[in-house]
Design a protein around this ligand. Structure first.
Ligand code: AMP
Ligand code: ZN
Length: 475
């Protein structure tokens, strides 16, 4: 199937051509584990996962690397100043940096598992690749790209890389204009960035290492260049992240990598647009107030509904989070699960019809293969569910396919609903339901309501059907 992707580098939708036939090398910038992952970060991780699933359904093998940033990401990453976010998080939580890294990584893993995000092939920690980062800086130093700011660190001289800023279409001057005004005046160019930072002399950092330049820690951008080259080789297919990463982080990764690997280091750059908060601002960890997947769980909403909400949009369009949108997505999701459970109940499901299956399969896969048009695939999916000419057996096989492609777990939730509905209610509950019908027929609403509440309290839900009632055990 033809695969097309918007490439930030060319600002165009391009046909995808892998470096090695049938294989995709894929690197995604992962979480900085100084705080909980918020639903904005998770939006980007869901889009990454759909991208990967699309390749898998097209028959590719995917080597997916997602890093865990546990050192060196400073609070002002525009100009390499401020505190290390990890040290700041540790002070806030009154724990060691190593403890918070483990704690927030475990929370992140729980969230991605609840969102049915496939585990990356490798999840390297920046702190496990310090030698590789030092080697990278040594190579750049040897090639003449670096200089030292005494007492501060080793910096990359962006004027030595004529293509600096090409990812966002910027010239060096343009990128400089966009950089922060209150910059470090000892830098040769506004856009220069730290490759290695020296530990402050007046305080002891929890994370620091010896290096040819003195005790310190790597600059944030170094980890992604060093780890991707180590795990995916000097050239790989796709590099992804949120839209905030293009102008500085990815631009700097390219500047560090291409002198070593030759250009292009990466074939396709894929950036997901922001999830916005209710004020219309980027949801962000540093603002303190942010929504987590836990906020969704604690409202009694199945976390997979958040994945469904994200899948209803396009990865290049910003999305404002609201509880109204979540509630609407929940209703839509439950509706699909209801229909799927009904197909399971249909005892005359028939046989799978291969031609019908492949027609629908190809339509949905080609929508997602066309720059990840997940919403279009879901419209086709809704049409399929409604189409009475497709038998239940074929529909269920296609639901399984959609679950593999979009990871929405419709089959699993429908099976649970089906199982609950298949449990026979005890006699006394059935009797109460019958008495309720009698009360309703004689317009005795008070008794009918009281009976419904009693049934409810006993752990059952009574539903009105055209033939009378149905009793469903509560989950
Ligand atoms: P961080 O943990 O801040 O390093 O970010 C992890 C990933 O989430 C990166 O790819 C970011 O670009 C992405 N990200 C951060 N904030 C948002 C947001 N509000 N919406 C979508 N993606 C985001
Ligand atoms: Zn990165």
């Amino acid at each position: 199937m033809n695969i097309r992707l918007f490439n930030t580098m060319s600002r165009q939708i391009e046909d995808f051509k892998p470096l090695a036939p049938g294989h995709v090398g894929f690197y995604s910038c992962g979480p900085t584990v100084y705080h909980y992952t918020h639903v904005g970060n998770l939006r980007t991780f869901i889009h990454n996962d759909i991208l990967k699933r699309m390749f898998i359904e097209n028959g590719f093998t995917v080597h997916h690397v997602m890093n865990i940033t546990d050192v060196g990401h400073l609070t002002n990453d525009d100009d390499d100043s401020g505190q290390d976010k990890m040290e700041k998080g540790a002070a806030r939580d009154n724990k060691s940096v190593w403890d918070i890294a483990k704690f927030y990584k475990d929370e992140f893993l729980r969230d991605i598992s609840d969102l049915n995000i496939l585990r990356p092939t490798d999840m390297p920690h920046a702190t496990d690749y310090i030698n590789e980062q030092i080697e990278l800086v040594k190579k750049l130093e040897k090639m003449g790209y670096t200089y030292e700011i005494p007492g501060d660190g080793i910096y990359y001289d962006t004027s030595k890389f004529p293509e600096y800023g090409k990812l966002t279409g910027g010239t060096l001057a343009g990128n400089q204009a966009g950089a922060r005004v209150e910059f470090n005046h000892l830098k040769r160019n506004l856009t220069d960035f730290a490759l290695w930072k020296f530990s402050p002399t007046n305080e002891k950092r929890q994370m620091e290492w010896d290096s040819p330049w003195g005790i310190g820690f790597p600059g944030w951008h170094a980890e992604c260049s060093a780890m991707s080259m180590k795990l995916l080789g000097n050239h790989f297919d796709i590099h992804s992240g949120g839209e905030d990463l293009a102008r500085i982080h990815h631009t700097n990764e390219i500047a560090q990598s291409e002198p070593i690997t030759g250009a292009p280091w990466v074939s396709y750059w894929v950036h997901s647009s922001f999830l916005l908060d209710k004020t219309g601002e980027k949801m962000s960890k540093s603002k303190g107030e942010f929504l987590r997947l836990e906020s969704i769980r604690s409202r009694g909403i199945d976390p997979i509904v958040y994945r469904y909400l994200i899948t209803l949009g396009h990865f290049q369009t910003q999305l404002a989070f609201s509880w109204d949108a979540m509630d609407a997505a929940e209703a839509g999701y439950k509706n699909i699960v209801r229909r799927v459970a009904d197909f399971m109940t249909d005892k005359n499901g028939g046989d799978l019809i291969p031609d019908v299956y492949s027609g629908w399969h190809d339509k949905m896969l080609s929508a997602v293969s066309d720059n990840l048009k997940t919403a279009s695939a879901l419209v086709i999916f809704q049409d399929l569910l409604k189409d009475t000419s497709v038998n239940p057996k074929t529909k269920l096989a296609l639901v399984e396919f959609v679950d593999r492609l979009l990871g929405l777990q419709f089959m699993d939730r429908a099976q649970k609903l089906y199982d609950l509905e298949s449990v026979a209610a005890p006699d006394e509950i059935v009797q109460m339901a019958q008495q309720r019908i009698t009360a309703k027929l004689s317009k005795d609403w008070e008794t009918a309501d009281a009976l419904r509440m009693q049934i409810d309290a006993a752990g059952w839900t009574v539903l009105d059907t055209k033939d009378g009632f149905k009793l469903v055990k509560k989950a």
